[in-house]
Every structure is written in structure tokens, then in C-alpha cells.
Design a protein around this ligand. Structure first.
Ligand SMILES: [Fe+2]
Length: 482
């Protein structure tokens, strides 16, 4: 009898005891059935109330159009270059083009600079977009707070952001993790928890599926606009690093819309050329002590494809003495034990997992599954058709895979799990929430998950990560002690 079997017996025993006994046993009966340990890791069976998985009404205050004629709205920023000295500032004016100029200045500086952007528009079926402005502000100072202003005349709006420190191995930095957000009451709770978290995330790594506008008749792009106004309260002040999900494809030939990713690519620009990519759907950035690689689950990825050839050149370029933390973002998880989207990431895993192990990727974040899951360090890279070696096994060079597609969209939670919990799965729970990836130095980072039903400071799951490149070296240990 293995440990897992003993745990299952213990579980059954506690269910029986309240019938035959009394007193404090009753309390134990409440606690234990919600957590089950089996041959994999921990499955939390607490069923979260899902009643708020309705999109907020279109006249909700979080979607409010800022007052004034042609005033900039849906302001959001992302990193604008490869190393963190650039910012892409984007916004929309509804009535006329207005100005694409950004005025910006460093905190405590008298001198104001300006950068010239541009605007575009697009049509989608019966929808016509506003004027979507993008302006790349370049050559900023590291680790500096900047104010910026968009709009003209009486309708200017002012915001601020802080550039990251220059890349370096022991630069601490805190990332937020959000995925599959949508625009429900739950989505709003997720954003509020991130805003109020004591962890103070500085940049959001967003793992795809943004507005869920495509769930509406005719992919009603008005819901792209409401989403842009919804996230502005954070996205105007700190970069969101974008990953495309399936809800960004918007492929609808029946509506005459056969150009994939049209609304997403029009609205959310990324610095893909800076990393030698030929597509905004896959690219990389350096930020503080992290090297972040964004992949596209919904673009060609097999051998000889542009994405494959780019990643083949990209991974050897990562300098772990400068950016020790190698993070991969993709939408569809390649280790997922929920019934929903089970095995969808398998083709990508078959192509790329060996590289993740070879280059010692620290962590792969994904979304898509509307729940939370954290894997053990496993790999499944020995299979060669005839040897039968096709099971995930523990591998200290492998990444941890974290599914964080639990932002809270209108499609609700993914509650059905494959049983028993697979050996690769360390922890899983179907609740909405967000993650924090807190890099301490070159050797250690701390990941935590906050579920929306808990207080802002409560961690429902957490783990210390030792860096795959530096984590076991003497130098790293010394760095950790400094
Ligand atoms: Fe998805």
C-alpha cells in the first residue's frame, strides 16, 4: 500500500467518523473532504460560487467613457523595446483622429519631451473602430518614474509609469500573472485583488484571452472597447506583456472576417521586431532579471515554421548571467489535468518541451483552462516511437508549468478534473484569482496564487523556485545571502 492509498483510506475514515462519534470530530469532517491527496499532488475540491460569471452591464462604471469630446480612452502601455528603455503607449479617440503625440517627462524634471505616434482604424463586420493610437517612447532612463500626457486641448489625460531597472542577475522584480480575464464581476474582483495586493506587482504577464468579445453575436467589438476601458486603471500605469489566446483569433469567414487576430493586432502592439521576430504573436523581452519569451499557441509551430525558426535562434541567445530567470508565456498549457482543454497543448509539447529542458526554462505560464494548476518539475522527452517511454518523469532541468487562466471570464470555471490526479500535477483548484512571481535574486523567486474569495494578502498556493541555471551553484547561494 503506497502513501497515496493510505491517504485515501484516511479520507474515507474521516467521512465515517461523524456518524459514530461526536464532539470535535465534526469540525474535522468539514475540513478534510475539501482536500484530497492522491497519486499526484493536491486537488482542492472546494467548489467556488460561480454566480458572478456574467459580463458586467455595458453601462457599468468600470466601462465609463471619460468625459469630454474625443478624449483619449482605453489607455494602455507595454514594453516598447527589448531591454526596458522603451514603452509603447496606446489609446483610442472615438470621434476624430486628434493627436498621436505623447508628451512625457521624468519625475522631478522640468524638461518635457514629446514622441510622435500614429493611428489606425479597422472594420470588423458591422463595427468600425475608433482611432487607435500607438506611440513608441524610446531611450528612457532605467528605473525612473515618468509622467505622460495624451490628447489635445481641453481633453488631455495624464498618467505615469516606472521603467524597470537595467537588466542584471540580482535585480529583484515582481510580476503579476493574469489570464483569461474577460469582463465579468469576477474579472473586476481579480483586478482589484491585484491592485490591492501587498506584493505590489510592477508588470503584468498576461497569458492570453482578453475581452471575450467573440462570445457575443457577430463578435461584437464594442466589447473590445469596454474591456479596454475596464483594464485602463492598471494598464495605463504598468506594462502588460501580451500573449495571444484563442479568443484573439476572431476568425469568422461567415461574417466576411477571415484575417486572424485582426482586432487584437490592431489594438495591442508589442515590440516583436526588437527580438528579431517577424510576427507580433511571438517575441521576447528582457525586464530586470527576467528574460520573457512569448509564444503563440495558435500560429504554425512545427519544424521549419517562422515561429520554430525564431525560437531555435532565440533560446541560445539568452544570457543567464545577465537575465537568470527564463520565463515562457503561452496560452494553451502543455501540462493540464483538467477535463477542459485536456491534451490541447500536446502538439506544442511534442515540438518544444525538449528545448525547455535543454535551456533550463524556469517556469512556463499558460492560461486557457479557467482554473489554477501548478505542476511538478517533469518532462516527457524520451519517446521515440519504438521505445514506449511516454510518461512524464521528474526532471530537475525541467520547468514548472503553471496554469493561471482563472481571471474570471463569462465562460465560468473549469471544474471537471481528470481522476486520479496525474503524477505531474502538484496542486490544482478551480477558483478564480491571479498570481505573483516575485524574483528575489539570481537563485530564488517566490510564486504565490491568490484566489478571489480570500483576502488580498492570503496565499492559496505558493512555492519557492530555485533558478534552473543558478539555483544550485555556490555563487548563487552567496548571492542569496547578500
Ligand atoms: Fe483560451
Amino acid at each position: 500500500m503506497c502513501l497515496a492509498d493510505i491517504q485515501l483510506l484516511r479520507y474515507t475514515w474521516l467521512l465515517w467518523l461523524p456518524v459514530a462519534s461526536s464532539g470535535n470530530i465534526k469540525a474535522r469532517h468539514v475540513v478534510f473532504p475539501i482536500m484530497k491527496v492522491c497519486r499526484g499532488g493536491i486537488t482542492s475540491h472546494f467548489v467556488r460560487n460561480d454566480y458572478l460569471s456574467l459580463d458586467m452591464p455595458i453601462d457599468s462604471d468600470v466601462f465609463r467613457v471619460p468625459p469630454g469630446y474625443n478624449v483619449p480612452q482605453q489607455v494602455h502601455i507595454t514594453q516598447g523595446d527589448n531591454e526596458g528603455k522603451g514603452v509603447i503607449i496606446s489609446w483610442i479617440t472615438a470621434d476624430e483622429p486628434g493627436s498621436s503625440i505623447v508628451l512625457y517627462w521624468a519625475e522631478n524634471s522640468e524638461f518635457k519631451s514629446q514622441a510622435q505616434g500614429f493611428y489606425l482604424t479597422y472594420k470588423y463586420f458591422n463595427y468600425s473602430s475608433g482611432y487607435i493610437h500607438h506611440c513608441n517612447v524610446e531611450n528612457l532612463e532605467f528605473d525612473t518614474k515618468y509622467y505622460y500626457e495624451v490628447g489635445i486641448g481641453n481633453t488631455t489625460r495624464q498618467f505615469w509609469f516606472k521603467t524597470p531597472p537595467q537588466a542584471g542577475p540580482d535585480v529583484p522584480y515582481t510580476f503579476g500573472l493574469i489570464g483569461d480575464l474577460g469582463q465579468t464581476y469576477n474579472s473586476n474582483t481579480t483586478l482589484t485583488h491585484y491592485e490591492l495586493s501587498s506584493a505590489k506587482g510592477k508588470t503584468i504577464l498576461y497569458v492570453g484571452d482578453l475581452s471575450y468579445a467573440d462570445d457575443y453575436p457577430f463578435h461584437d467589438n464594442v466589447r473590445w472597447d469596454t474591456w479596454g476601458r475596464f483594464i485602463e486603471r492598471i494598464a495605463a500605469y504598468q506594462p502588460w506583456i501580451w500573449t495571444a489566446g484563442n479568443h484573439e483569433i476572431d476568425f469568422a469567414p461567415e461574417l466576411g472576417e477571415s484575417r486572424p487576430f485582426k482586432p487584437y493586432r490592431s489594438r495591442y502592439h508589442v515590440p516583436y521586431r526588437a527580438s528579431g521576430s517577424t510576427s507580433p504573436l511571438w517575441y521576447s523581452i528582457k525586464r530586470a532579471s527576467a528574460y520573457i519569451i512569448v509564444m503563440s499557441s495558435y500560429s504554425a509551430f512545427g519544424k521549419y515554421t517562422p515561429q520554430y525558426k525564431w525560437l531555435e535562434k532565440e533560446l541560445p541567445k539568452v544570457n543567464r548571467t545577465e537575465t537568470p530567470w527564463l520565463i515562457v508565456l503561452m496560452h494553451s498549457p502543455i501540462y493540464n489535468s483538467y477535463v477542459n482543454h485536456y491534451m490541447e497543448g500536446e502538439p506544442v509539447r511534442a515540438v518544444y518541451e525538449k528545448w525547455f529542458v535543454e535551456y533550463k526554462v524556469d517556469v512556463v505560464f499558460a492560461g486557457h483552462v479557467h482554473a489554477y494548476e501548478r505542476s511538478k518539475r517533469v518532462s516527457n522527452i524520451e519517446y521515440n516511437i519504438v521505445n514506449g517511454l511516454c510518461r512524464p518523469t521528474n526532471n530537475p532541468s525541467a520547468p514548472i508549468y503553471i496554469t493561471i487562466g482563472d481571471g474570471g471570464n463569462l465562460e465560468g470555471l473549469a471544474t471537471a478534473m481528470t481522476e486520479p490526479q496525474p503524477s505531474y500535477s502538484a496542486f490544482r483548484e478551480a477558483s478564480f484569482g491571479h498570481g505573483i512571481f516575485d524574483i528575489k535574486n539570481r537563485s530564488h523567486a517566490y510564486f504565490s496564487w491568490n484566489r478571489n474569495q480570500d483576502g488580498y494578502a492570503v496565499e492559496a498556493d505558493s512555492i519557492w523556485l530555485r533558478n534552473r541555471y543558478w539555483g544550485s551553484s555556490e555563487e548563487a547561494s552567496l548571492a542569496a545571502l547578500r
